[in-house]
Design a protein around this ligand. Structure first.
Ligand code: SF4
Length: 189
């Protein structure tokens, strides 16, 4: 399977984050998810969410688009299992690459990464045993666990909609993460 990726970054001041959050609404969804209370990256957090977000002046939303070529799209035609396999495998690979880049950025920017996904570094999260995270150097809180509206971010900030054909994988899938720091300029190496 073949794909390319593109990364787009949009920066806003932290005091505008409320425009893209609906904590009540999305926490209700989180409560229905098996990750609720069973992963350190997911709610309820062991931190004060508002203090965490307000510690910095700027929020950089990072959208990574995974774009599939025609051959890969065709390969998935009419095969639900294949579609899930392609989407999952590419998502996990690109997710790790982007999250590693953001962790490297932390080392010299003084900022903090917010992941585009819940943490799946361990087979069973230590939270299920009421133990501390085994990899705090790598685990970062999931963006949706702060009540962010990912669809709104994609459409209003990035101007990108969702497309889900029924018989094949879509032309692209997107990961949306965030990085917080005190700089109005942002780039990933
Ligand atoms: S690194 Fe392991 S223990 Fe820590 S949040 Fe992720 S899955 Fe849980």
């Amino acid at each position: 399977m073949n794909y390319t990726t593109e990364t787009i970054i949009k920066t806003i001041p932290v005091d505008r984050l409320g425009e893209f959050r609906d904590v009540e609404k999305f926490l209700t969804y989180c409560r229905e998810c098996p990750n609720f209370g069973t992963r350190h990256s997911c709610p309820p957090h062991d931190i004060d969410d508002e203090k965490f977000l307000e510690k910095y002046t700027h929020a950089h939303f990072i959208l990574t688009r995974i774009i599939y070529d025609d051959e890969t799209i065709l390969l998935s035609k009419g095969d639900k299992e294949k579609q899930n396999e392609i989407l999952y495998a590419t998502r996990e690979k690109v997710l790790r690459e982007v999250e590693d880049q953001k962790l490297t950025k932390e080392l010299y920017s003084g900022g903090v990464s917010v992941s585009s996904s819940s943490c799946s570094l361990c087979k069973t999260c230590a939270k299920t045993e009421n133990k501390p995270c085994r990899h705090p150097d790598k685990m970062r809180y999931a963006i949706d666990s702060f009540g962010f509206d990912i669809t709104k971010i994609m459409t209003e900030l990035f101007g990108i909609g969702l497309s889900w054909p029924t018989d094949t994988i879509p032309e692209y899938q997107c990961l949306v993460g965030m990085f917080l720091d005190d700089d109005d300029n942002f780039f990933l190496d």
